[in-house]
Design a protein around this ligand. Structure first.
Ligand code: PEP
Ligand code: MN
Length: 395
C-alpha cells in the first residue's frame, strides 16, 4: 500500500495495516476458539449494577503493557482502585461500581499513523496488541500474533483480579480482536463480547457511519462512548438512538472529556439535551484527555489542578442542570510514577519516574486525593434519582 493510501485507511477507522492477511486470519481463528475471558453472567451482573443508583469509578492505565503484567503490578493497581472506590463511598455515601482500564487495554488510537525521529519514519506505537513501543522497524511493524498474546495476557490479569470486585474494560478499537470474541449466548440469544465486561468507543472512532459504533450496537455488554469538544448535543442524539434505543438503564454511558476551559458550557449543553429527552444514560467525567499538555522537553503531561478544574466544572454542570453525576474516568498507575505534575509543568519532576507507554497517569497519591475530591463533590447528590425527576417535571 502506498503511504498516502495507508494514512487514509488508518485515519478512516484506526485499524492497523497488518502486513500479512493470512496471519490475521490465523489470529482471529485462535481468538474465536479461545476460552471466553469474561462470562456473560458477569457482564449481566455489571449491567445490573450500572442500572442502579451507583457511581462508576473507571480507572487504570492509558495503555497496559505485556511487560508490566506482573503479579505485583496487578496487585498495586487493584489496591489503588479499591482505595479510591472506598474513599468515594466513605465520603459520599453513594455505592461505587469499580471498573478497571485493565485486562485488555492494549490498543491505542493515535493522532498520527507514523512517528518521525531524526529523519526516520516508522509506524506509531498502537499498543502491545499491535506492535512494540521501541523505535525500530522490527518492533513497530504490526504483528497479528500480538492479538493472541493480548488475549493470553488478559486471561492472566483476570486470574489475578479474581475475587477483587473489579470489573474489566478497555477501548473496543481493534475489531480483529473484538469480533472473534463476540458470541451469542445460548440461553437468551444475545451477542456478548467476551473480551471485557464493559467496552468503550473512543473519541476518534465514534462516528455513526464507522464500524465501531456498529459493533457497539450489536453487543449486549454495557458500552460507553467518549465525547470530546467537537461533539454537539445532536451527536448524542444519534448515539443514543443507535446504542440505547430502548432507553435501558445501565446500557450506555457518555464519557465527557472536554478540557477544563470549556467543560462547564459543553457538558451543560449535553446534559440539557439528555434531560430534555428523558434518557437514562449515565454521564461520566474524564478530566484527563482534554487536559494533556507537552512540556518544554517534549514530554506529554497533565497538571493535576487542571484535572481538578474539569472535575469541578463537570459537577457544577450536573448540579445546575439537575442531572445525577454518573462516574469518573481516570488514567492512573498503581506505582509511584511522575507523569502528571502538581501545579506547573516541570521537566525535572517528570524525569524521575516517567514510565507510561502512552498518556501520563496519576500516581497513587494524586489519584487518592482526586478520589477524595470526587467524594466531596458527590455529597450534595446523595439524593440520587429524584433530582432528575424533579428537574424533568419542571418543579
Ligand atoms: C484514552 O482513553 O486513552 C483515549 C485515547 O481517550 P479518547 O478516545 O477520549 O481520546
Ligand atoms: Mn489515554
Amino acid at each position: 500500500m502506498e503511504f498516502a493510501e495507508l494514512t487514509a485507511t488508518y485515519q478512516r477507522d484506526h485499524q492497523p495495516d497488518w502486513p500479512e492477511a493470512s496471519e490475521v486470519r490465523r489470529a482471529r481463528g485462535a481468538l474465536a476458539r479461545a476460552a471466553p475471558l469474561v462470562q456473560a453472567s458477569d457482564i449481566r451482573r455489571l449491567q445490573a449494577r450500572l442500572a442502579e443508583p451507583a457511581f462508576l469509578l473507571q480507572a487504570g492505565d492509558c495503555a497496559e503493557t505485556f511487560a508490566d503484567n506482573t503479579r505485583t503490578s496487578v496487585a498495586n493497581r487493584v489496591s489503588l482502585l479499591r482505595a479510591m472506590s472506598d474513599a468515594i463511598e466513605a465520603r459520599s455515601g453513594r455505592p461505587v461500581v469499580t471498573v478497571g482500564r485493565i485486562a485488555g487495554q492494549y490498543a491505542k488510537p493515535r493522532s498520527a499513523p507514523t512517528e518521525r525521529r531524526a529523519g526516520l519514519a516508522l509506524p506509531s506505537y498502537f499498543g502491545d496488541a499491535v506492535n512494540g513501543a521501541d523505535f525500530t522497524a522490527a518492533a513497530r511493524t504490526p504483528d497479528p500474533r500480538n492479538l493472541v498474546r493480548a488475549h493470553e495476557e488478559s486471561a492472566r490479569t483476570l486470574a489475578r483480579l479474581a475475587g477483587s470486585g473489579v470489573f474489566s474494560s478497555h477501548e473496543a478499537l481493534l475489531l480483529d480482536y473484538e469480533r472473534p470474541q463476540t458470541r451469542r449466548a445460548t440461553d437468551e440469544g444475545r451477542l456478548y463480547d467476551h473480551s471485557a465486561h464493559l467496552l468503550w468507543i473512543g473519541e476518534r472512532t465514534r462516528s455513526l457511519t464507522g464500524p465501531h459504533i456498529d459493533f457497539a450496537a450489536e453487543i449486549a455488554n454495557p458500552v460507553a462512548v467518549k465525547i470530546g469538544p467537537s461533539a454537539t448535543p445532536t451527536v448524542l442524539t444519534g448515539l443514543h438512538a443507535v446504542l440505547n434505543p430502548d432507553n435501558v438503564p445501565g446500557r450506555l454511558a457518555f464519557i465527557f472529556r472536554m478540557g477544563r476551559h470549556r467543560a462547564y458550557d459543553l457538558v451543560y449543553a449535553m446534559l440539557s439535551r439528555i434531560l430534555a429527552e428523558g434518557w437514562v444514560d449515565r454521564v461520566v467525567c474524564d478530566p484527563m484527555h482534554g487536559n494533556t499538555v507537552v512540556s518544554p522537553a517534549g514530554v506529554k503531561t497533565r497538571v493535576v489542578t487542571a484535572v481538578e478544574d474539569e472535575v469541578r466544572a463537570f459537577f457544577s454542570a450536573c448540579n445546575d442542570t439537575g442531572v445525577t453525576p454518573g462516574g469518573i474516568h481516570l488514567e492512573v498507575s498503581g506505582d509511584d510514577v511522575t507523569e502528571c505534575v502538581a501545579t506547573r509543568v516541570d521537566d525535572g519532576c517528570l524525569a524521575v519516574n516517567y514510565r507510561s507507554a502512552c498518556d501520563p497517569r496519576l500516581n497513587p497519591e494524586q489519584a487518592s486525593s482526586l478520589a477524595q475530591l470526587v467524594g466531596a463533590l458527590l455529597v450534595p447528590h446523595g439524593d440520587f434519582g429524584p433530582r432528575r425527576e424533579m428537574a424533568m417535571s419542571g418543579r
